[in-house]
Design a protein around this ligand. Structure first.
Ligand code: GDP
Length: 461
């Protein structure tokens, strides 16, 4: 990967399809041949110049803006050229082809997904957590997720990790210095209150871990299954939950293929709702496959809303239908009944009031009464307790790395607590904690992890 880094790269940076403007972007050690051929003149650094973008016959492919960001003052830290033209696929392909043709001499090739950001990382423009935030910002499915990604991108998360790292490094220095002077060891560590420092460090890791978990929730959202018989009010409930939120919601890529999944949000936390409508009878093979896929999604969901109709409770055929669904739900998740939230709808129209038991609540999708209770219950089940303002976006990978950091610090604490601490083991645990933390910002990251992270970006980013 590092060997290829000297190549110049180019890609269409805007989304495929037609748009008012489209951008072709190149990055490399020296892009002068590209600028000469396409722009026909030198460009003032970081100024937009309107000019004809010329093809091989000297005729303009389009008129547009060219911007040159000479290294190191660019996104990637290399020379970057941006050509902004009309956003038609043919225009952009012609510009791209022209770049590749004139860039042959400088080894110009098409960029791989995420390669611009990867270079930004390798050239210390961004750390790994910030690079991931770039992709999370682009993929954000709610406004709150976008805001917290933006916070991570500006370094809020990395700063917290950096502070923890400095404190681990300080402790490592203390312990390792003591190892070099064994005769003074215990006294020295006591004077520096090494144990107290370690205690406080673990408490701080816990705090960051908690916030990272919230950030991961904002990014990934919760998967909720909506189950219930026809006409109990599933669509009405979804609309009522969605309608109260005026903010923008878009489905996370990967969930859109699934026709029965809708994404709404509660307090900015994306809620991927899998509607089990139509899961009852399959008429053909395609539908059967869809249904079995939906049931496997149910097994992985964070919560199941089992919706009942208060006005029909007690009617024999209705009760029978509910029993069948209950049966299927328990088949789908043996021993996990606690995930199921029984929700009784149409409270406004029912004569009998049901006293909701443990894990159940009554509401009216029509009037909105009781909806807040459902929102709270769902967020609680998901483990959400933050306000979106303080959250930085995080990934499961970060949560795991923080957990491992904590485990090593915990083992260091156990070593330190013994009456005759093995300082070399303590030092080793601190080193491992340091490494685990470093994986978050990319200070210690294997190449395959980097490859995995950047390959999920879009091309041109
Ligand atoms: P679905 O088949 O489960 O998606 O049910 P719908 O959302 O289509 O609702 C079925 C019927 O119940 C519609 O006529 C709704 O107007 C009505 N309905 C849904 N929620 C309520 C409610 O809270 N109160 C009352 N009175 N009617 C409701």
């Amino acid at each position: 990967m590092l060997a290829r880094q000297r190549d110049a790269i180019v890609a269409i940076a805007t989304a495929p399809g037609r748009g008012a403007v489209g951008i072709v972007r190149a990055s490399g050690p020296d892009l002068r041949p590209l600028i000469d051929a396409l722009c026909g003149r030198a460009l003032q650094p970081r100024y937009a110049t309107y000019l004809p973008l010329r093809g091989s016959d000297g005729q303009p492919i389009d008129h547009g803006l060219a911007i040159h960001f000479p290294a190191p003052h660019s996104y990637t830290g290399e020379d970057v050229l941006e050509l902004q033209a009309h956003g038609g696929p043919v225009v952009l392909q012609l510009l791209l082809a022209r770049c590749l043709a004139v860039g042959e001499g400088i080894g110009l090739r098409l960029a791989e997904p995420g390669e611009f950001t990867q270079r930004a990382f390798l050239n210390d423009k961004l750390d790994l957590a910030q690079a991931e935030a770039v992709s999370d910002l682009i993929d954000a499915s709610t406004e709150a997720a976008a805001r917290s990604a933006s916070r991570s991108l500006s370094g809020a998360f990395s700063t917290e990790i950096g502070t923890l790292r400095d404190r681990i490094v300080h402790l490592r220095m203390l312990v390792e210095a003591t190892l070099d002077f064994p005769e003074e060891e215990i006294d020295f560590l006591e004077k520096a209150d090494a144990r107290g420092q370690l205690e406080r460090l673990i408490a701080s890791v816990d705090e960051v871990l908690d916030r990272a978990k919230q950030g991961a929730l904002l990014r990934e959202g919760i998967r909720v299954v909506l189950a219930g018989q026809p006409n109990v009010g599933k669509s009405s409930l979804l609309n009522a939950l969605a309608g109260a939120e005026l903010a923008i919601v878009t489905p996370i890529p990967g969930t859109t293929r699934d026709k029965v999944t809708q994404t709404i949000q509660i307090e900015g936390v994306p809620l991927h709702v899998i509607d089990t409508a139509g899961l009852r009878e399959a008429t053909d093979e395609v539908e059967r496959i869809g249904i079995s896929r939906s049931w496997s999604e149910i097994e992985q969901a964070d919560a199941v809303i089992f919706l009942h109709d208060l006005t029909r409770l007690g009617q024999a055929d209705y009760d029978q239908g509910d029993a069948e669904i209950a049966q299927r739900l328990s088949l789908a998740e043996p021993g996990q009944q606690s995930r199921v939230l029984h929700v009784f709808n149409k409270a406004d129209a029912a004569d009998a009031t049901v006293v909701p038991g443990e894990g159940s609540l009554a509401l009216s999708a029509a009037t909105g009464a009781g909806l807040d209770g459902l929102r709270r219950a769902l967020l609680e089940r998901a483990g959400w307790h933050a306000s979106p303002e303080g959250v930085f976006i995080a990934r499961t990978r970060h949560v795991h790395a923080l957990r491992r950091t904590r485990e090593h610090l915990e083992m260091a604490r156990a070593q330190g607590a013994s009456s005759d601490p093995a300082l070399d083991l303590l030092a080793e645990e601190l080193r491992l904690a340091h490494n685990a933390l470093g994986e978050i910002t990319g200070a210690f990251s294997a190449d395959d992890l980097l490859g995995e992270i950047f390959s999920r970006f879009c091309i041109g980013k």
